[in-house]
Write a protein that binds this ligand. Structure first.
Ligand SMILES: Cc1ncc(COP(=O)(O)O)c(C=O)c1O
Length: 310
């Protein structure tokens, strides 16, 4: 992976190679952490963080669902991220804030362990590849079901919960696919291993709703708004598994993958097997929004103040 010079660790900037934790950190053993995936894009006015406030709010809410109080305000985390990007001299980057239960008591009750906060940022290209963004990717329906609200908290972006996505991703990759699609505990379509999913049929866009164990994706919200502004009807409802191969178009959204079309599901081509016109239209508008080319969505971008002379 790419590295950067500095990482923000509990209020201080430390060298990348010195950003270390104790081996008895609670989160290493029990997954008691929450995190965010955020991107900053190069714009004409410098680096700009896409929907920064929404990501930080989700971080705080994810933590709250696991009984953690983040010991910094959202404004402090925002400023820390600005400083980190500026001091690392990054023009565009992936940003990974992480809140964990640290070293303290061993055992399942984490409530006495300190809550630690880290933020890393580094250059990271398209997660499913530029090729995938341009021509679409191939997915497999996972044999693993998405974590259910009966056992965990799908709405929290919690570290331990990602074992579910890891298993699905490994299974799909070993079988020769680019990504996994997970069904939820009821057997209806939930989402990709790290993306929300949208299906288009007869011009109507459908995506699973909050009761389908999804993560409330920030790119999902953005795409719903863009599609609606473009005049499309977007419906949030349960999606049967067969609605994916029967769709005219399917695409995935997520911070890492951005908007990536799906061209095949379980070896069945979707539509003509190439990204369709509605996907292309929304992808174009979304890309413009990410890069600050659309005044309509300018308030989605948090500009990073870069000190003069850098
Ligand atoms: C499981 C899962 N679903 C959906 C998403 C998409 O969320 P977002 O658009 O906020 O990145 C992600 C990525 O964060 C994810 O990990």
């Amino acid at each position: 992976m790419n590295t950067a010079d500095l990482i923000w660790a509990n209020g201080e900037l430390v060298a990348w190679e010195d950003a270390k934790v104790h081996v008895l950190t609670h989160a290493l053993h029990y997954g008691t952490g929450v995190f965010e995936g955020i991107r900053a894009y190069e714009t004409e006015q410098g680096p700009a963080i896409f929907r920064h406030r929404e990501h930080l709010e989700r971080l705080e809410k994810s933590a709250r669902l696991y009984y953690m109080d983040v010991p910094y305000s959202l404004d402090e985390l925002r400023e820390a991220t600005h400083e980190l990007i500026a001091r690392n001299g990054l023009r565009s980057c992936y940003i990974r804030p992480l809140v964990v239960r640290g070293y303290g008591e061993m055992g399942l009750n984490p409530l006495e362990n300190p809550v630690e906060v880290y933020i890393a940022a580094w250059e990271w290209g398209a997660y499913l590849g530029e090729e995938g963004k341009a021509n679409g990717v191939r997915a497999k329906t996972s044999s693993y079901r998405r974590i259910s609200p009966e056992s965990l908290i799908p709405h929290s972006k919690a570290s331990g919960q990602y074992l579910n996505s890891v298993l699905a991703k490994v299974e799909a990759t070993k079988a020769g696919y680019d990504e996994a699609i997970l069904l939820d505990h009821k057997g209806v379509v939930c989402e990709g291993a790290g993306e929300n999913v949208f299906v288009i049929r007869d011009g109507v866009i459908t995506t699973p709703g909050h009761t389908s164990s999804i993560l409330d994706g920030i790119n999902r919200r953005s795409v719903i708004e863009i599609a609606t502004d473009l005049g499309y009807t977007v419906v949030e409802r349960e999606l049967a598994r067969a609605e994916l191969p029967l769709a005219d178009e399917v695409f995935l959204t997520g911070t890492a993958a951005e908007l990536t079309p799906l061209r095949e599901i379980d070896d069945i081509p979707i539509g003509d097997g190439v990204p369709g016109p509605i996907t292309r239209e929304i992808q174009g508008m979304f890309d413009d929004a990410l890069h600050g080319r659309t005044p309509q969505y300018a308030d989605w971008l948090d500009l990073v103040p870069v000190p003069s002379g850098t």
